[in-house]
Write a protein that binds this ligand. Structure first.
Ligand code: ADP
Length: 275
């Protein structure tokens, strides 16, 4: 009887503790929802007047401004662009955090996707006098299925950083077939640069919002400090995990693995439809 009483008492205590935990969790979720909603409203409200400011700066720059005005207009354009990027990135993070983002399944050819990305960044690579190489494993099936928008966003962001923090160097994007299993292809991606590198004590922090390498790096290169936060969240959303290896003065390698379904082979389909 005594044991039963003790057990009942323990159960009651546990039940109370569970209730408290659930209440605390609900409160935290409510606070997080409120924050997300607030940020989303503010960001949307800021976007409209900002578009007007950017548009006017653009128009004035086209009107042959005087030399003395050019400096101010360039500064206006730069700040406007920075704020636009910043707001768009906040909205993107909010969208991911509030689980309002859907994962698309599109059939695509990874080689073509990476070639397109390389073409779109040719000028940026040339601006810093960088070699920009693609190394794509021929064994990767050319009929993968995946969220090409998010994959492009991830890779573009990482290459942009690599090209930004590297001068007279090399940026290489590698895609290797890691495994073929259960009708899925696991692809290993690596974005390597020979740029300035990231100090050991900053390597975890660069994935946190608003975190940048160092004050000097930030002053020199600019940026919002949100790009890698988005990259990490998107990779996570697609079921992967990002890794970073880096050495100051030598360069950085960002890598991750992703699973893709493989769409039914077109030639196989034709065979099936043949009499
Ligand atoms: P930012 O907009 O500042 O580039 P990110 O989140 O993309 O924001 O990156 C955060 C910081 O990580 C950068 O400010 C930079 O210090 C460091 N970083 C990111 N990628 C690289 C890279 N390839 N080489 C060196 N430093 C990098």
């Amino acid at each position: 009887y005594k044991n039963n009483v003790i057990r009942n008492q323990n159960n009651l205590v546990l039940k109370e503790k569970n209730k408290e935990l659930i209440l605390a969790k609900n409160k935290a979720e409510e606070a997080s929802r409120a924050r997300t909603e607030f940020l989303s409203t503010v960001s949307h409200e800021l976007r409209t007047p900002l578009n007007a400011i950017n548009g006017i700066a653009h128009l004035l720059l086209e009107e042959n401004p005087k030399e003395s005005q050019l400096k101010y207009l360039d500064s206006l354009k730069f700040s406007g662009n920075y704020l636009t990027t910043f707001i768009n990135e906040i909205l993107e993070i909010n969208k991911i955090d509030s689980s309002k983002i859907e994962i698309e399944k599109i059939s695509f050819d990874l080689k073509a996707l990476l070639n397109n990305i390389q073409n779109s960044l040719k000028e940026l690579a040339a601006a810093n006098n960088n070699h920009f190489l693609l190394e794509i494993d021929d064994a990767i099936p050319d009929n993968l299925i995946g969220d090409t928008t998010k994959l492009s966003q991830i890779i573009l962001n990482l290459i942009n950083n690599a090209l930004k923090f590297t001068q007279n160097g090399k940026v290489t994007v590698t895609a290797k077939l890691y495994a073929l299993e259960n009708e899925q292809a696991i692809v290993y991606f690596e974005i390597t640069d020979t740029g300035i590198g990231i100090a050991k004590d900053k390597q975890k922090k660069v994935f946190e919002s608003f975190s940048q390498g160092s004050v000097e790096v930030n002053r020199k290169y600019g940026g919002t400090g949100l790009g890698l936060t988005i990259v990490k969240k998107l990779i996570h959303l697609l079921g992967g995990k990002i890794h970073l290896e880096s050495e100051v003065g030598k360069g950085s390698t960002f890598s991750f693995k992703l699973n893709f379904d493989i769409s039914k082979n077109i030639s196989k389909n034709t065979e099936e439809t043949q009499p």
